[in-house]
Design a protein around this ligand. Structure first.
Ligand SMILES: Cc1cc2nc3c(=O)[nH]c(=O)nc-3n(C[C@H](O)[C@H](O)[C@H](O)COP(=O)(O)OP(=O)(O)OC[C@H]3O[C@@H](n4cnc5c(N)ncnc54)[C@H](O)[C@@H]3O)c2cc1C
Length: 435
C-alpha cells in the first residue's frame, strides 16, 4: 500500500463514516500512524439521503472527501480500499489493493440494509443506505412518472405512481413526508396532463406505532403530520414479498406499486476473519467490552453501528445512530493514546442527546432528554442540528441555501434523471450499484 515505516504504532481504521472520522480526528495530532481505509473516498451524511432521493439536495452536498477532513496531518494516510479479510493471528488486513499490517485495528464499517433473507425484496425493492442507491431511487421515481404519462392503462398508471415505504422508523417517516410534499407541491405543476392526485404514498410499519424508538407523543404527532400530508400510515402490517409490481403482506392487504423502498432494518457490515460466532451478537454486530475491544482480541476494536457494547442501560447495544458512533470514536481516540502511553483505558459512557425526525415543512418531532416538542420549533431544531453535524463549510452553506430556496419556492430542483435506472435492468443494476 506504499505507506512509509514509522516509529509510531500503526492504527488502521476500516471505515470513514461517523465513527471512523471522529476517531481519526482525535488521533491526527498524536504519536500514532493512522491509516484510514474506505471503499469510498467520501464521507456519506446518511441522515440526508432521503433529500437526495427526492430531489431536495444534490448528492455532492451531503458527501465530503475523506482526504480533506484530515489534510495536513503528516502521520495520516488514506487509502481507497475495500477490505476483504482480517487475519488476527498475523495482524494483517487483506484488501483489493494489497495487504497491510496493523498494531491496532479499528473496525468502523457501519451497517447495511437488512432484507431478512428475502431475495425478491432485495432484487426488486429499493434500499437507501448509500448515495448511489439514493440516486437510483431518485431516477426510478421520476422515470415512473414519465412512464405513467405514456400508458393508457389506468391500473398500470396507478401502480407507477404508487409508493410503498416499508419501515416506520425515521428514514421511512422522512421519506414518506418528502414524497407527500412532492405530490402536493411539484407533481401537479410538472405533470399537468397526469392526474397525480391518484398517487398513493403508503408507509407500512410492522409494529403498532411509527418511530418506535421515540416517545409515544412523538409517534402520535408524526403520524398526525403524515396523515395531514396525505400519507396512508399502515400499522401492524408486515410486507412479506414483492415481485416488482405487487407487495404482499402479513394481512390480506396487497399494494400495487412500482416503487417499494425497504427501510425496515439494518445489519452490521461484517468482515471475513472477524465472523466467528463467538465474536458476534444476534444481529451480527461485533461484541465489544466497555473499551471498544472486540471480545478476546486486545488489539482489535469496533465502534459505531458494527459494534455491540452491552450495558445495563443498553442491553442490546447502543442505538445504530450517528451520535453513539461519534462518541465512541472520540472515546476510543483517547483510549488508544492512553494505551500507547501505557495508561489505563477509560470505559465508554454514552451521553444520550435525544432523537428527532422531520416529516416535512414546519413539521418535526424532537425528544430531548428533558424536553419533548413537536411542530415548527422542532423543525428548526432539526435543521440546525443537521447543518451543525454536516461535514464541510461548503456543504453547510449549500444545504442551507437549498433549504431556504426550497422553503420559499415550495420546490426541489434536483429532480433530475442523471443516471437512468431502467426497471428492466433493475436486478442487474441493483447488484452492481448496491454500494
Ligand atoms: C437513510 C438513513 C438515515 C439516517 N438518519 C439518521 C439520523 O437522522 N440520525 C442519526 O443519528 N442516525 C441516522 N442514521 C444512522 C447513521 O447514519 C448511522 O448510525 C451512522 O452512519 C453509523 O456510523 P458508522 O461510523 O458506524 O458507519 P457509517 O457511517 O455507515 O460508515 C461506515 C463506513 O465504512 C465503509 N466500509 C464498509 N465496509 C467496508 C469495507 N469492507 N472496506 C472499506 N470500507 C468499508 C463505508 O464505505 C462507510 O464509509 C441514518 C441512516 C440512514 C441509512
Amino acid at each position: 500500500m506504499n505507506i512509509p515505516q514509522s516509529s509510531y504504532p500503526r492504527v488502521v481504521i476500516i471505515g470513514g463514516g461517523f465513527g471512523g472520522i471522529a476517531l481519526a480526528k482525535k488521533l491526527s495530532k498524536k504519536e500514532a500512524q493512522v491509516v484510514l481505509l474506505d471503499k469510498h473516498n467520501y464521507h456519506n451524511f446518511q441522515p440526508l439521503l432521503y433529500q437526495v432521493s427526492t430531489g431536495g439536495l444534490e448528492p455532492d452536498s451531503i458527501a465530503y472527501p475523506i482526504r480533506k477532513v484530515l489534510q495536513g496531518y503528516p502521520n495520516f494516510f488514506f487509502r481507497l480500499a475495500q477490505v476483504k479479510e482480517v487475519k488476527t493471528d498475523t495482524k494483517r488486513i487483506k484488501t483489493n489493493i494489497g495487504e497491510i499490517f496493523y498494531d491496532y485495528l479499528v473496525v468502523a464499517t457501519g451497517s447495511e440494509t437488512n432484507f431478512f433473507g428475502n431475495k425478491n425484496i432485495k432484487a426488486k425493492g429499493m434500499a437507501m443506505k448509500t448515495i448511489p442507491q439514493s440516486l437510483n431511487l431518485r431516477s426510478l421515481i421520476l422515470e415512473n412518472f414519465e412512464q405513467a404519462l405514456l400508458t393508457d392503462d389506468l391500473h398500470e398508471r396507478d401502480a407507477l405512481m404508487n409508493f410503498v415505504i416499508v419501515g416506520g422508523g425515521p428514514t421511512g417517516v422522512e421519506l414518506a413526508g418528502a414524497l407527500a410534499e412532492i405530490k402536493k407541491g411539484i407533481l401537479p405543476k410538472d405533470y399537468p396532463d397526469l392526474d397525480t392526485r391518484r398517487a398513493q404514498i403508503n408507509l407500512v410499519q410492522g409494529g403498532d406505532r411509527i418511530l418506535p424508538a421515540m416517545s409515544e407523543k412523538a409517534s402520535e404527532k408524526a403520524e398526525k403530520f403524515l396523515e395531514e400530508l396525505g400519507v396512508n400510515v399502515w400499522k401492524n402490517i408486515r410486507v412479506t414479498d414483492y415481485d416488482g409490481k405487487k407487495a404482499t403482506t402479513s394481512t390480506k392487504t396487497i399494494f400495487e406499486a412500482e416503487t417499494l423502498v425497504w427501510a425496515a432494518g439494518v445489519k452490521a457490515v461484517g468482515l471475513k476473519g472477524l465472523d466467528a460466532e463467538e465474536l458476534l451478537s444476534r444481529d451480527k454486530r461485533l461484541k465489544v467490552n466497555e473499551f471498544h475491544q472486540v471480545m478476546g482480541l486486545e488489539d482489535v476494536f469496533a465502534i459505531g453501528d458494527v459494534a455491540q457494547m452491552e450495558t445495563k442501560e443498553f442491553p442490546y447495544g447502543h442505538p445504530m445512530m450517528a451520535q453513539p458512533a461519534i462518541q465512541q470514536g472520540r472515546n476510543l481516540g483517547d483510549n488508544l493514546v492512553r494505551l500507547i502511553e501505557n495508561k489505563p483505558m477509560r470505559p465508554f459512557v454514552y451521553k444520550d442527546k435525544g432523537s428527532m425526525a422531520t416529516v416535512g415543512r414546519n413539521k418535526a418531532v424532537v425528544d430531548l432528554p428533558k424536553f419533548r416538542f413537536q411542530g415548527v420549533f422542532a423543525w428548526f431544531v432539526w435543521m440546525f442540528v443537521h447543518l451543525y453535524f454536516l461535514i464541510g463549510f461548503r456543504n453547510r452553506v449549500v444545504v442551507f441555501i437549498n433549504w431556504v430556496y426550497n422553503y420559499i419556492r415550495f420546490d426541489r430542483e434536483a429532480r433530475l434523471i442523471i443516471r437512468p435506472f431502467k426497471k428492466q435492468n433493475k436486478v442487474e443494476k441493483n447488484t452492481l450499484m448496491q454500494d
